[in-house]
Design a protein around this ligand. Structure first.
Ligand code: PHE
Length: 451
């Protein structure tokens, strides 16, 4: 496939937003707010977005647009003869690792769209997440659904990516936002909603001193914005010189954050309206247990449920595509493979790794007995890749820009064609000092409190 470029600035913003907006916003964010104790997590998350992730996103776009190459080769091109290409390689691994659990959850959303359509989400059997537990105890179904998602992703990648992504995202994004606003409005009027809102918006100061909350918020911010693994770098490599980077990055971050926050405004009020709801103990099943109960309170709830889960599955697909694109582009660019060979190999490798995540808790007794790793395989994967691999990738990217490629050369790329760039010196300071120091401190602190 010839190296194309985005048709328009809006097309680029939508495609990058299509990568960013996905399960991370609607499944991951509420789950992690629940595990992280509520509003303290939200506050730290917003800090990470603004001070760490936005500057790094701008940097990834700059590297990509400058080199017009996939991650491993772009680091090698800007600093030839060094080991900086390793940063790109971390991204190639992270792309496969994240996709291996991502496709499992995406598979669940496909199943739930079907359940909503056929009326199986209505009625009594939904009590307290029992339906979800029952559904996921069928390992074969989760494995099959994960494979379905991977095959769909591979199909899009084989067919040529960009036209498809731009079109799907353009149609999907406004409908998704409208539906989320509507659901948030409904959730706010349920009994018990106020308690949910307080949990979501009023920080508990004790969580502000917990390293694991910072680590989870940082990892979630990277994951939600598709940063730290070369996805945005790759998308930037399809960018034309006429498109201003700073403005585009700001739009993408705003849209992604707004959608995550909206998801919280749905899940917590709706969750607290249920008796015996504990946001901390629901784990990956949180939204699957809460949302069907919310749909049941709406007239025509089955239709809302279907529309919601179809949109969520599509949002997951546009993100899955961008996850798979990184390893695929790497094998094509750096090893001269054909696109077909790259897509098939990556799909099979990711599927093998997806099986233990799909089989769930009981399948990995070894891991549940290791102290500190007493979690299911899917959560283990999400933690390892999101909370460690991505922030480390972001750390290295910031160090690379600040100290190896250097801020003035990056800025030259960023202000090309008189592009709007509001605070070049502040950006340089953030990338050179604040990002590495903050990420480094959070990771070291997390390890220290482990031991
Ligand atoms: N940002 C995507 C989401 O929130 C997931 C993703 C992570 C995609 C990293 C690409 C790279 O669902």
């Amino acid at each position: 496939m010839a190296r194309g470029s985005w048709a328009t600035r809006t097309g680029f913003i939508l495609a990058a937003a299509g990568s960013a907006v996905g399960l991370g916003n609607i499944w991951g964010f509420p789950t992690r707010v629940g595990q992280g104790g509520g509003a303290a997590f939200v506050a730290i998350y917003l800090g990470c977005i603004l001070l760490i992730c936005l500057p790094i996103m701008v940097g990834e776009f700059a590297i990509g647009r400058r080199t017009q190459l996939s991650p491993v080769r772009s680091f090698a091109l800007l600093r030839p003869g060094t080991r900086w290409w390793v940063v790109g390689a971390v991204g190639v691994l992270a792309g496969g690792g994240i996709l291996s659990f991502y496709c499992v959850i995406a598979g669940w959303t496909v199943a739930y769209a079907w359940f909503a359509l056929t009326g199986r989400l209505a009625g009594e059997q939904l009590a307290a997440g029992a339906f979800f537990a029952d559904f996921t105890s069928n390992g074969a179904a989760s494995v099959g659904l994960a494979l379905l998602v991977l095959v769909a992703t591979a199909g899009v990648l084989l067919g040529g990516v960009r036209g498809g992504i731009e079109r799907v995202t353009k149609a999907m994004m406004p409908v998704l936002v409208a539906l989320l606003v509507l659901l948030a409005a409904r959730a706010a009027t349920l009994p018990g909603a106020a308690e949910g809102l307080a949990y979501y918006l009023r920080p508990d100061p004790s969580s502000l001193l917990d390293a694991s909350v910072y680590n989870a918020a940082l990892g979630q911010a990277f994951f939600s914005l598709s940063l730290g693994m070369g996805t945005m770098l790759t998308y930037g490599s399809y960018l034309s010189r006429q498109t201003g980077i700073a403005g585009a990055a700001l739009w993408i971050v705003l849209l992604d954050t707004a959608i995550a926050l909206l998801a919280g405004f749905i899940i917590f009020p709706a969750g607290f309206s249920l008796s015996g709801f504990d946001p901390g103990s629901s784990g990956p099943g949180l939204i699957f247990a809460v949302l069907p109960r919310l749909f049941a309170t709406l007239p025509g709830g089955g239709l809302f449920g279907t529309a919601f889960f179809v949109l969520l599955a599509l949002a997951a697909l546009t993100s899955a595509i961008s996850l798979m694109e990184v390893p695929v582009a790497h094998f094509i660019d750096a090893h001269g493979w054909s696109r077909t060979r790259a897509v098939i190999t990556v799909t099979l490798g990711v599927f093998a790794l997806a099986i233990p995540s799909a089989l769930g808790n009981g399948a990995v007794p070894l891991l549940t007995s290791v102290p500190g790793v007493g979690m299911d395989f899917l959560t283990l994967m999400a933690t390892a890749w999101n909370d460690f691999a991505l922030p480390v990738g972001g750390f290295l990217t910031a160090v690379f820009i600040g100290w190896a490629w250097r801020v003035d050369r990056a800025l030259e790329e960023l202000v090309r064609e008189q592009a709007w760039f509001p605070a070049p010196r502040a950006w340089g300071f953030l990338v050179r000092w604040v990002c590495p120091a903050a990420i480094g401190a959070i990771i070291v602190w997390t390890f220290a409190s482990f031991i």
